[in-house]
Design a protein around this ligand. Sequence first.
Ligand SMILES: Cc1ncc(COP(=O)(O)OP(=O)(O)O)c(N)n1
Ligand SMILES: Cc1ncsc1CCOP(=O)(O)O
Ligand SMILES: [Mg+2]
Length: 224
Amino acid sequence: MNTQEMSRLQQDLSLYFVAGTMNCHSPEEFYRILKQAVQGGITAFQFREKGVNSLSGQKQLEMAKRAKEVCHKHDVLFIVNDDLDLMKAVGADGLHVGQTDGNLRDIRRETEGKLLGVSAHTLAEAKDAIVHGADYIGVGPIYQTRTKSDAKKPVGVDLILELRSNHINVPLVGIGGITLQNAGEVIKAGADGVAIISAISGAVDPSSASSNLLQIIYTAKRES
Ligand SMILES: Cc1ncc(COP(=O)(O)OP(=O)(O)O)c(N)n1
Ligand SMILES: Cc1ncsc1CCOP(=O)(O)O
Ligand SMILES: [Mg+2]
């Protein structure tokens, strides 16, 4: 990735909404919330359809296509979580995988020309992800989260500071327990963006929550 592409990606990951239908009361509500979040200014979206009550098969593919359409209509990146076949079938912009989602060398080969995001919970994991060609790193959980039942212990913004002081220059996105109250400190620690589920999907007004978050993120970036 050249400097211009890297800088574009840093912008595009600023407010990264992550969700699936199981984070909402119904598939139609998921779609409505996504549209509102897009209106509110999210810059990237990750379709994370997994676990209890999630869609599968044709229904999952159809919802992924609808979600991609909404995102692309508004220049919002559309990333698929975990599922390489779904990423290909839907023509997503990229894939996000964690440490136990498969062999990174194979995944990088299969995602050539697409964005690849990898989760890291330690400096060593981040370095390994970069060696294997990750385009960005999802760092976390930063704070305690109730959304992911198998989430690891929170690392705080300290891990972001540690990555930056170890010359990790790829785009970093903080995830886990991020809200309007703490998004600014994640950016000020050196993240390019924040990835959020419940503070948008569970908001009374997902559009306002997104636009307020975006303001906080841009202000923190200007002040960093
Ligand atoms: C942007 C971003 N960062 C981290 C994660 C977590 O990925 P993973 O550890 O694979 O866990 P699941 O989301 O698959 O349950 C993410 N999804 N997005
Ligand atoms: C998918 C994921 N990976 C690490 S924490 C997390 C859940 C984030 O959800 P929330 O923003 O509601 O804390
Ligand atoms: Mg995963």
